[in-house]
Design a protein around this ligand. Structure first.
Ligand SMILES: Nc1ncnc2c1ncn2[C@@H]1O[C@H](COP(=O)(O)OP(=O)(O)OP(=O)(O)O)[C@@H](O)[C@H]1O
Length: 272
């Protein structure tokens, strides 16, 4: 397996240095992340995988400054973050909780721009092109609950993109979506990432999804989580749901990552 830590050809967008996170203190302290160091390059698609409960969401929360780490730093373009950055957007798994049901689709998508001081009229004027790019033209006047789950997650993606973030962070974004729609959303996410030269960090439990989407896969260990391995996917920029998944390298990577996660699960259980 080709392992790597750095791609000198592309500048580092997110630099994670010695990041640790412990919940609680004293006898109830839960040491979840220890000494995570990782570079994410501009325009790179990183998938984070690991055993259940390893600390993937905790790492995303620290990456986006939704929560401070216990120690260590996250820097965006060389500047250490001390709070949420306007250059980083987040998409969560639960679109039903992240979209506001009493607001129309266009009002939901326009919200981040209004929060930055733009008038509602100006913000809403930017929505339709974005709705087209996520495959939902003409749906701005509907309410989220009038749309399917997959369509609502497209709305959530559009809302995350309206501020033109440099980094898109996604926490199991397709876990509540049916299998067929999930494949469509995977392709949409890769297309948007390439069109916008965005850096994406995505957490998933689905190893096939990680291999299909990622340029590199970061495997976390458990109890506590450290970076166990970073794997170069090397399947090229153009992916296809049928031919890429038939590639023998795809199968090889899937088996390798599954083996890594199982080993991490066993070692983590021993350490409890
Ligand atoms: N707010 C919190 N307060 C205390 N402990 C927490 C909190 N959030 C998470 N934890 C604990 O941190 C550990 C890692 O949780 P986290 O949700 O980050 O893992 P995960 O890898 O994303 O899990 P999953 O695979 O189930 O999605 C767990 O032991 C969890 O109980």
């Amino acid at each position: 397996m080709n392992l790597t830590e750095n791609d000198p050809a592309r500048p580092v967008r997110l630099a994670v240095r010695g990041l640790s996170k412990t919940y609680g203190s004293g006898s109830t302290a839960n040491r979840v992340l220890v000494d995570i160091t990782l570079d994410v390059h501009q325009g790179e698609f990183i998938c984070l995988v690991g055993p259940s409960g390893a600390g993937k969401t905790t790492l995303l929360r620290c990456l986006t400054s939704l929560m401070p780490p216990t120690s260590g730093t996250v820097a965006l373009d060389g500047k250490v973050l001390n709070g949420p950055s306007e250059h980083i957007s987040i998409v969560f798994q639960e679109y039903t909780r992240s979209l506001l049901p009493w607001m129309t689709v266009e009002a939901n998508i326009a919200l981040p721009l209004q929060a930055r001081g733009m008038s509602r009229k100006e913000a809403v004027a930017q929505v339709e092109p974005l709705l087209r790019s996520v495959g939902l033209p003409g749906t701005g006047r509907k309410y989220p609950w009038q749309l399917s789950g997959g369509m609502q997650q497209r709305v959530a993606i559009a809302r995350a993109l309206i501020t033109e973030p440099e980094v898109l962070v996604m926490d199991e974004p397709f876990a509540s979506i049916d299998a067929q729609t999930r494949l469509e959303l995977e392709d949409l996410t890769r297309t948007l990432q390439q069109e916008r030269n965005m850096t994406v960090v995505l957490v998933t439990h689905d190893i096939d999804e990680a291999v299909y989407l990622a340029d590199r896969i970061v495997v976390l260990s458990k109890n506590p989580a450290t970076v166990q391995e970073i794997v170069d996917v090397g399947l090229g920029d153009t992916r296809d749901q049928i031919t890429t998944r038939e590639d023998h390298r795809f199968a090889e990577l899937r088996s390798h990552i599954l083996g890594q996660i199982r080993a991490a699960q066993i070692r983590g259980a021993v350490r409890v």
